[in-house]
Unconditional design. Structure first.
Length: 316
């Protein structure tokens, strides 16, 4: 494994397109464009661990289960996450291998079902914050919280959304297997949807009804795997201060301590850019190596630190 290793996190929206369209053709189109970016990285000499979000897909599964007849069993959220690891992992494998063949590149793609260790006493279990699935009316939300014990929060767009715990990832349990797979593959897909969350109880791993932020979990994997660079690819060209405002300013190169200060000052919203910045800061501080946040369209340029917001280590 002489090649440089990049851990690359793809946004759920970068794969499914914003607006929850899971039309089969659009899925293949989005995955094909992600595959072109990944394979361009291989041409630049990188080995790549691809991680990915699953927001649109897990929302789709939740709605599909709700539409089942009342006497059909419903599967828990952690199984929905595991399902999306197969779903999206398969599509990425298919598309990336296809693109490799087209460009005459050797080496395969492996997909690994991934668990992430979380702490059972994480405050998120007492006060969940992560909205998932669709928006419900007040009556529907009341009925569902009675029948299923779901917790709802008012959505800024009106109506109510289910919220689930989003505990911090402590460790990615498959890191060593990912490293082993990299001996014989140039691409490994892992940590889908942030990984299936588990807690340790008396030496046994037990799944929990929660979701882990995919950017943070990917950062933990990048640290544990000894990645040379950690890249987060999404649908904007990087990180901006005063995003969408009159003083909008896109960051190109930024020292980790400066970015951390902007984060602490509340420049980045919790549900979108916040976790990406936090994940990049975590990697750069722990690994003392650079991270980048940028557009999926510029994939290989972002990984090579030529485009996007590049987060640089200070004194290590
Ligand atoms: P992903 O599916 O890739 O995780 P998110 O929606 O979670 O995507 O995060 C990316 C989005 O963050 C962008 O589409 C952009 O609208 C939003 N965003 C919020 N604040 C910022 C910011 N300060 N700079 C850039 N983008 C931002
Ligand atoms: Mg996101």
């Amino acid at each position: 494994m002489a090649e440089r290793l990049a851990v690359v996190a793809l946004g759920g929206n970068a794969i499914a397109g914003r607006g929850l369209s899971l039309d089969l053709n659009s899925q293949w189109t989005s995955v094909a464009s992600a595959a072109r970016g990944i394979v361009s990285m291989l041409e630049e000499g990188w080995s790549v661990v691809v991680t990915h979000g699953n927001g649109p897909q897990v929302g789709y599964l939740a709605e599909a289960m709700e539409a089942l007849p009342p006497d059909s069993p419903r599967q828990p959220l952690y199984l929905a996450t595991a399902m999306t690891q197969g779903w999206i992992g398969y599509m990425l494998m298919q598309a990336i291998e296809g693109e490799m063949v087209r460009r005459g590149l050797e080496g395969g793609v492996s997909v690994i079902v991934t668990r992430v260790l979380v702490d059972g006493s994480d405050p998120e279990f007492r006060s969940p914050s992560k909205p998932i699935g669709k928006i419900y009316s007040e009556e529907e939300a009341l009925a569902l919280s009675k029948s299923k014990g779901w917790i709802f929060r008012r959505d800024p767009r009106g109506g109510y959304r289910r919220v689930v715990p989003s505990p911090r990832p402590i460790s990615v349990l498959e890191t060593r297997r990912v490293k082993a797979l990299l001996e014989s593959n140039r691409v490994v897909v892992a940590v889908g949807g942030g990984g299936v969350p588990v807690v340790e109880e008396g030496g046994v791993l037990v799944p929990v009804e929660a979701v882990v932020d995919k950017d943070l979990a990917s950062s933990v994997l990048a640290i544990e795997a000894g990645a040379d660079v950690f890249a987060i690819l999404t649908d904007v060209p990087g990180v901006a201060l005063d995003f969408g405002g009159p003083d909008e300013r896109w960051l190109d190169e930024v020292l980790v301590e400066d970015l951390k200060r902007y984060l602490d000052e509340g420049h980045f919203p919790p549900g979108s850019m916040g976790p990406k910045v936090e994940a990049a800061v975590l990697f750069v501080e722990r690994a003392c190596r650079p991270a980048a946040i940028g557009s999926l369209e510029d994939a290989e340029l972002v990984v090579s630190m030529k485009r996007g917001t590049r987060v640089l280590p200070g004194k290590c």
